[in-house]
Design a binder for this molecule. Structure first.
Ligand code: UDP
Ligand code: MG
Length: 318
């Protein structure tokens, strides 16, 4: 008889005390309905509320709940990364703690994997409810800009909610970069990837844990790690500036010779030129600086996250 594939559900949590119990209840009902052996891996990303004791309580009660506590907040992408690093199952589903990605879809996602034999089933948001207009607009703009800028093609409107198999996890675990844009990296890994369409729901409780600064950080990691186009664009801007400069030089020289331009009274054009070229230079230096800061972070080679404590793993330290 064929061995049933083991399934792990990976859940990053940051200050999610309001949703943990309800999420656990819903996920357990779903996992009980599938034939696969399963477990839940919670990654507590340095929460400051009651998330930690609540997860410890679940782990004490249920041996199929594994918990990793970070030493501080390292960010959503690092939490998911730690979940994948610590996962020994055949299949993993990445899920948000707030139930925006409904766990009730797990059986259908598993069936889609089974029927297609795909290595990745990525979930595409057909609609999203309960989110601010700004979030919807910025997300739409972000995914479209990323596709235009990136060297890798990404499916649109897809978050980290997806199923990945052992093969993909093994390749993911070989990636050495610390700045992670996980959905991009999984697209980049390749193999057979198929979509699964769903409606994204509203958070069951609490507020978004993605502040504006976290969103900007996330977007800039995605762009800087997946595109060299900003460098090419500022180079283009430099060339454009040089061409404008040459045209102006020729225009004023001829104007002086033939008397059709009165260059002495050109205060406006001088100020404009200084500001324009100054701006071009600052933007170029800024873009270069962004890439250098990525190099700086990567070359330091600090670990991507620090685990304070792990529970219910075979050789954990509790
Ligand atoms: N999260 C995390 N670390 C962070 C921010 C968020 O682990 O620094 C988790 C959070 O607990 C949730 C998931 O990442 O499970 C997605 O976050 P959230 O729902 O707040 O983001 P949104 O859906 O609003 O984009
Ligand atoms: Mg959410």
């Amino acid at each position: 008889m064929k061995r049933m594939k083991k399934l792990a559900v990976i859940i990053p949590c940051y200050n999610e005390e309001q949703v943990i119990d309800e999420a656990y209840r819903r996920i357990k009902i779903v996992l009980a309905s599938v034939p696969n052996p399963s477990e839940i891996i919670y990654v507590n990303d340095g929460s400051r509320d009651r998330t930690r004791p609540m997860l410890n309580e679940l782990a004490a009660r249920d041996a199929d709940v594994k918990v990793i506590h970070f030493s501080r907040n390292f960010g959503h992408q690092s939490a998911v990364t730690a979940g994948i690093h610590h996962c020994d199952a055949d299949l993993a589903i990445i899920l948000d703690a707030d139930m925006q990605d409904p766990p009730e879809l797990i059986p259908e996602i598993l069936a889609r994997q089974e029927e297609t034999g795909a290595n990745v089933v990525y979930c595409v948001r057909r609609s999203r409810v309960g989110e601010s207009r700004f979030k919807l607009f910025s997300a739409k703009l972000f995914y479209r800009t990323m596709n235009a800028m990136s060297e890798v093609e990404f499916p649109l409107d897809t978050g980290d909610f997806r199923l990945i198999d052992r093969k993909v996890m093994n390749e993911f675990n070989r990636l050495k970069e610390k700045g992670k844009y996980i959905r991009g990296l999984i697209s980049w890994i390749g193999f057979n990837q198929v979509p699964f369409f769903y409606e994204r729901e509203a958070r069951i409780a609490g507020k978004t844990k993605y502040s504006l600064s976290k969103m900007l950080q996330f977007a800039s990691t995605a762009l800087l790690y997946f595109s060299k186009k900003p460098l090419k664009m500022v180079t283009g801007l430099g060339f454009l500036a040089v061409i404008i400069g040459i045209i102006l030089a020729v225009w004023f020289t001829l104007g002086k010779w033939y008397g059709f331009s009165n260059a002495e009274s050109g205060w406006t054009s001088i100020i404009f030129t200084i500001i324009f070229f100054g701006g071009v230079q600052l933007i170029t230096i800024g873009v270069l600086g962004q890439y250098i800061s990525v190099l700086f972070d990567e070359i330091k080679a600090r670990p991507e996250y620090i685990v304070d404590e792990a529970r219910n793993f075979c050789n954990d330290n509790n």
